[in-house]
Every structure is written in C-alpha cells, then in structure tokens.
Design a protein around this ligand. Structure first.
Ligand SMILES: [Zn+2]
Length: 196
C-alpha cells in the first residue's frame, strides 16, 4: 500500500488512503456517553538526512472520539523534548528580569545581585514548571493525559519516492489501544499501521 507524500496523510476517502476503525468511546478517559468526533491533526516532525528536509512535518488529519471533558486535550500537542528544552531556555531568559528584581530585595546592586539573580532565575523556572505541569497541565479526573491521547510517533517512507508506507500510533489509554488493535487486524497485518 502506498501513500502519496504531500506532508499530509489522508486517511479518509478510500483511493490511496485507508480507513481506521476507531472505537466510539473517549480516546482519553474511556467514557462512552456523549461522545463527539473532534477534528484534529496528528503531527510528526521528522529529521531525515537531507538538509532541505530537516524538521519537515508530516500531518495526519483524523477525527477522534471524545467526551466533553476531554475535548480540549484532543488537539493539544504533547511537548517534544526539543520543544520543551527550547521553552525552558526561553522562560529562563525571561525569568532573569523578575530574578533581578527579586535579588534587589536582598542585596545591593553589584556582583552579589548578579550572582543571586543567576540562582533565583532557575528557581523561578522550576517553580513555573511545577505550577504549569503539576497544576495547569495535569490530567483531569479519569484522564490518561492532558495532551493528545492519540499520537503519531513514527512514519516510514519509501527511500526514493517518499511515499508513506507505514505509520506508528501511540495511545495513552490502554483499553482504547487494545480495542483499536482488535478492530484493525488487516491494517496491522499489512504493517501499514503500527501501534506502540
Ligand atoms: Zn474523556
């Protein structure tokens, strides 16, 4: 099976694409009532050994079932390690300003204030991370994640044409994952879809 590579994998409409059979329960918390299908985009950033292709993004438009509580998580991309590192660096730079102000409360302006700023700024970054990832971006009641419950974690392409020949999905909800495996034996056997 081939997929024409246009930075977008079409899984709807048969010719050249494929239809995934998705269980009709919330793919995040597993709820089975008041399910709606949410348009979303799974994203995979690939790094291939051609300078021109580095950082190229492959997107997979998909509709995922969600309960009202989890709707907002469906489109929320999970942070990647690189993205997280860059964001932390950015926040650290921004934190130098309140760090400087805070240091001024304890010491007079001079090398001491500069040193204290360099200690306080990372502390502010850690405080932000604890608040943000521990409080705001925390999975709510019954949720398996605060981010996209279904993720595109791998894409394999033909060497020359770049056609997609296989993609790998990851599910945060184990029961949903098991149900997906049960419903899509042919695609899995053909190794078009892999599940992590
Ligand atoms: Zn839910």
């Amino acid at each position: 099976m081939h997929f024409h590579f246009t930075h977008e994998i079409s899984i709807e409409g048969r010719p050249g694409g494929l239809a995934l059979d998705l269980p009709e329960s919330c793919c995040n918390c597993g709820a089975t009532e008041t399910i709606s299908w949410v348009d979303t985009t799974l994203v995979r950033t690939t790094f291939v050994p051609f300078p021109i292709m580095i950082g190229s993004e492959i997107t997979l438009p998909i509709r995922l079932p969600s309960c009202p509580q989890c709707t907002r998580t469906i489109n929320r991309l999970a942070p990647t390690l690189t993205g997280f590192a860059l964001l932390t660096l950015l926040v650290l730079l921004v934190a130098l300003f309140p760090g400087w102000a805070l240091a001024g409360l304890f010491v007079e302006t001079g090398p001491k204030r500069f040193e204290l700023t360099l200690c306080l700024a990372p502390a502010l970054v850690v405080a932000w991370q604890v608040l943000w990832y521990g409080g705001v971006r925390r999975p709510r009641k019954g949720q398996t994640t605060a981010y996209q419950p279904v993720r595109l974690v791998g894409v394999r392409r033909r060497w020359m044409s770049g056609d997609i020949r296989q993609f790998t999905l990851k599910f945060t909800n184990d029961a949903y994952r098991a149900s997906f495996l049960e419903r899509n034996p042919e695609l899995l056997r053909a190794k078009v879809v892999r599940v992590k």
